[in-house]
Every structure is written in structure tokens, then in C-alpha cells.
Design a protein around this ligand. Structure first.
Ligand code: PNS
Length: 167
């Protein structure tokens, strides 16, 4: 059985992420969306539990997709499965350097681990979780940016942040 791991911080999951997950689910028998810590991103908007919960609701209708979380190295997590392939979205040349470095580090730790990149769909090349957090922090409309299942949750969380910071 072919298996893809779609790793990320998903803070929060966006329509761009969902596009990659959906496409991976057509290529692989099973896809595991793994919510992980990105130590370069300091203050997450959502807790890991909240991110897992949102991702589960968003992929509910994709029968071969499940959501997991792991608080460690991606290359170690992948050892849990036989022949898992990492699948990541690549938006633009700016993503390449970081992703290339991650790929090399993962290979160093787990030489059998392969990474595949799916180019982002043109309509989502501008989209990232940080864009969503920024938009939400200004109370902007989020339709077309995050899946409809989580729009209210992202809006509510952003409102809590705004109230806390007196914006
Ligand atoms: O969505 P992101 O923030 O681009 O995802 C990055 C992520 C979470 C996949 C990456 O930071 C990661 O793999 N974190 C787990 C720890 C790890 O394996 N780091 C790479 C080796 S230093």
C-alpha cells in the first residue's frame, strides 16, 4: 500500500494545504496529514490539539486521509510506516531553498525516505497560514482562504487575539 505523509504546522490549515492533500489522496492509497512543530515559527495561533481538530474536520470527507500529530523529527516519524513518502506543496522559488534543505536533512537522518513536491495550484500560490493569520487579525473575510468548516473558528481566535492586544 502506498502511503504519503503530508507534514506541516497547519496553523491553520488553508485551502492551499487542502488542495495538496486532496491531490496526494488521488495518487497514494493512504495519506497521513501530520501536524508538527516548526521551531522557526515562534508563537502559534492555535494549539496542536486545535490544529488537529480543525484538520480532522476539513479532511472528514476524504476516505483515505487521516490526521496525526508528532512532537519530534519528521524523518523519525516516517519510520513508523513502510515506504512512506513525504509530500509537500511547493508554491514558488522562495519555498525551494527551505524545502531542499529540509529534504537533505531528512535524508541524512533517514536515507530511505523520499520527498515528493507537488506544485501549488496557481490560485493558491499566494496563500499561506501566515497570510491567513494576518488577514484574520485585521478582521478580513476568510472565504477563499481557509476551508469553510473552520472559518468561524479562525475568526473567533483572531478576535480573542485582537481583544487581548487591545486592537
Ligand atoms: O508548514 P511548515 O511550517 O512549513 O512545516 C514545517 C515542518 C513542520 C514540516 C518542519 O518544521 C518539520 O519537519 N518539523 C518537525 C521537526 C523536523 O523534523 N525538523 C527538520 C529537521 S531539523
Amino acid at each position: 500500500m502506498s502511503l504519503a505523509i503530508c507534514p506541516g504546522s497547519f496553523d491553520p490549515i488553508t485551502l492551499g494545504h487542502l488542495n495538496i492533500i486532496r491531490r496526494a489522496s488521488k495518487i497514494f492509497d493512504k495519506v497521513v496529514v501530520c501536524i508538527m512543530v516548526n521551531s522557526t515559527k515562534m508563537t502559534p495561533m492555535f494549539s496542536i490539539d486545535e490544529r488537529v481538530d480543525m484538520a480532522k474536520r476539513v479532511v472528514e470527507r476524504l476516505p483515505n486521509v487521516e490526521v496525526d500529530t508528532f512532537d519530534g523529527l519528521l524523518a523519525e516519524y516516517a519510520k513508523k510506516y513502510d515506504d512512506a513518502v513525504i509530500v509537500k506543496g511547493m508554491r514558488a522559488a522562495s519555498d525551494f531553498e527551505y524545502e531542499f534543505q529540509m529534504n537533505l536533512i531528512n535524508k541524512k537522518i533517514n536515507p530511505d525516505l523520499e520527498t515528493m513536491f507537488l506544485t501549488a495550484s496557481e490560485k493558491y500560490t499566494f496563500l499561506s497560514s501566515s497570510v491567513v493569520r494576518e488577514m484574520a487579525s485585521y478582521g478580513a473575510e476568510l472565504t477563499g482562504f481557509v476551508p469553510c468548516e473552520i472559518i468561524d473558528e479562525v475568526k473567533n481566535k483572531a478576535k480573542i487575539w485582537r481583544d487581548r492586544n487591545g486592537k
